[in-house]
Each structure stands twice: as C-alpha cells, then as structure tokens.
Design a protein around this ligand. Structure first.
Ligand code: UDP
Length: 318
C-alpha cells in the first residue's frame, strides 16, 4: 500500500512508519514539526520507500498519485501545562489538528477511495466514572475543562470519522490509544515516563504528582503499533481500545522506574497537576482481543529496559 501518515515525525508516527516500511509498504510522511522532531525520521532519509512533506494538516493537503490509506496521527498530545509542546500551550493548533486536520484527511480518503485510520485517545473518556473503560462508555469530559482542547478535538474527530463512514461510505477505523511509552518520546514534554526516566538517569528523586494513587496502564510502543497495524488491515469501523490493561498507581510506576534504573534518590511528592487529572485509567481490551486477535506482550520492566538506551543517549550518558 501507499500510505500517508500525518504526524510522521512524532513518537507514534515515526514508529508506525518504521513498522509499515518493514511490512513492505510505501510511506508518505507529513509533519509541521510543531511537536514532531526531524531526528525521529532522520534514519529514513535514504529509504526510497519513504518520502516526506513538511505540511500543516489543518490546511488543505494534496498528495500526487494514488493513495491507499491515510493514518491521521498529527496532534500535540502532552497534558503538561509547563511543556512548550503540550496542548495547554498549543490550544488552537490542537483543536485545528483534530478538527480541520481530520476533515482534510477524510476528504483525501474520500477522493482517493482510501482507508482512513484515526488516532483517537483514552482522553475521550475524560475522568471516567466507569472502570475499566470499554468502548461503549461515552465518557465524562467537561467541554471547557483544562484538557478540553485535546479531548473535545478528538471526540469531534471520532464523530466526523463516523459521519464520513456512514454518509460517504469511507472505509474508516478508529483506535483509542492509552498511555504508551518507548524510545522517541520527547524528553521535555513533561509526561510521566520521560520525566521520571530523565530524573532517574540523572540520579534525582522522581516527582510524583499528588499522593501517587492515581492509576494508569502503560503500553510499550511496539505492542501498540502492532495493534494499530492489525486494525489497519481489518474491516472494523467502530472504535477499538489499544493499550496495556496492566493498571498500576503512579507511585508503583515510579518505584518500578527507580528499581530498573538503580536510582537511589527516591521519590518526592509534589502538588497534583490539576483537579482534572484522571484518577483511574485502564483499557478494557476485549474488543481488540476478539476482533484483532491482539493483546500486548511486553511487560513494564522489559519495556523500560528497551527504552532506557534511547534516553541515555539523548541525555549524553554512556
Ligand atoms: N505524573 C507524575 N509525575 C510526573 C509526571 C506525571 O506523577 O513527573 C502523573 C500525572 O499527574 C498523571 C500520570 O502521571 O496522573 C500520567 O501523566 P502523563 O503526563 O504521562 O499523561 P496522562 O495520562 O495524564 O495523559
């Protein structure tokens, strides 16, 4: 297939590019580098099956020649208010990438008679009142809350995707991605994993926000990409959760990072991020298991061991 990936220079877009190239496809990457990093795709520069366009997908996009699939992964995604690349500091771009960007990608899919796959998110469940989150749960999101620019843009993107499927018969899929980690996560974007790995590798105490009792379920990137590719090859049109159901508290998560890195500086508790920090999050992956025959294989300790060399290299640690 000839596949367009928006956000190709991002964490997930670059891993997807690698895996789909390895599967024999041709990739047309797009990114405007607002949060993506050219370093993430530098190794693909000499690959003749990879081409790249610097584009903002919120504007009209044109691709010469036949396209078989479009994967829309362009969006800021970090909830950290301090991060320059987080959606707090890019609120309009975030809403445009989710709304106008999705519209442009769907328009391209329609004229090309191509498959469209939307990168959605567990954030569409907001601070969930149902646990674990299954796809039928409609979510608990405040439309003007602190995370709304991301959450509502992705919720709109899902609605638009289903509208194009139902009204224009476009072949669409929607993946709801839960917390994911691995090499190429931006060390400065303030999310739990890069923040804590950086602190651990520098021998500093890990910052746990609040009392650390809030939970997350972390998936290693290779597992996640495997699930997304299975969805791409499927005919499933309704949203599918892809993530690791191994739920833990953020305190347990921090302790695991200290253990794996051998960091003796311990943990400090700092002010909770905001009242809107979701308290619990775990995907129900029954649909992914039944429909895609997918479940994650890599546990947290192994995933951390596979991630640490990248972060060491970025920090200049031997
Ligand atoms: N967190 C933390 N310390 C940090 C960064 C994050 O305790 O240095 C917490 C954060 O409050 C949240 C969880 O870790 O409860 C996951 O945060 P992340 O930014 O990775 O993404 P989220 O799952 O909130 O979208």
């Amino acid at each position: 297939m000839r596949i367009v990936i928006t956000g190709a220079a991002g964490f997930l877009g670059s891993h997807l590019s690698d895996h789909l190239l390895a599967d024999g496809h041709e990739i047309i990457g797009m990114d405007n580098f607002v949060t993506g990093n050219p370093d993430n795709i530098a190794h693909l520069a000499s690959n003749e099956k990879f081409s790249f366009y610097k584009r903002d997908v919120s504007n009209y996009i044109f691709v010469p020649g036949k396209v078989d699939a479009i994967l829309h992964f362009a969006s800021p995604a970090s909830p950290n208010p301090q991060s320059k690349s987080g959606y707090f500091n890019l609120p309009i771009q975030t809403m445009k990438a989710g709304a106008l960007g999705t519209h442009n990608c769907l328009g391209l899919a329609r004229v090309q008679n191509a498959k469209f796959l939307l990168a959605s998110t567990s954030e569409i469940y907001g601070d969930p009142e149902v646990h674990p989150q299954e796809e039928s749960y409609p979510g608990n999101v405040d439309p003007i809350g602190t995370r709304a620019v991301y959450d509502e843009a992705k919720r709109f993107a899902e609605s638009l995707t289903m509208a194009y499927h139902r009204f224009h018969n476009v072949n669409t899929s929607i993946v709801r991605i839960f917390n994911t980690y691995g090499p190429r996560l931006d060390l400065e974007d303030g999310r739990a994993l890069p923040n804590m790995i950086k602190q651990a590798l520098l021998g500093q105490p890990l910052t746990v926000f609040g009392d650390g009792s809030q939970t997350r379920s972390f998936c290693f990137v290779d597992d996640l990409v495997d699930g997304i590719i299975k969805l791409l090859y499927s005919d499933e049109h309704y949203p599918i959760n892809v993530g690791n159901p191994n739920e833990m508290t953020i305190l347990q998560f921090a302790e695991t990072i200290n253990k794996v890195t051998g960091n003796r500086a311990g943990i400090i508790f700092v002010d909770a991020r905001s009242a809107r920090d979701p308290q619990r999050r775990r995907p129900d992956i029954t649909r992914a298991k039944n429909i895609l025959n997918w479940e994650p294989k890599i546990d947290l300790e192994e995933g951390l061991c596979r991630s640490i060399p990248y972060f060491k290299q970025k920090l200049g640690i031997a």
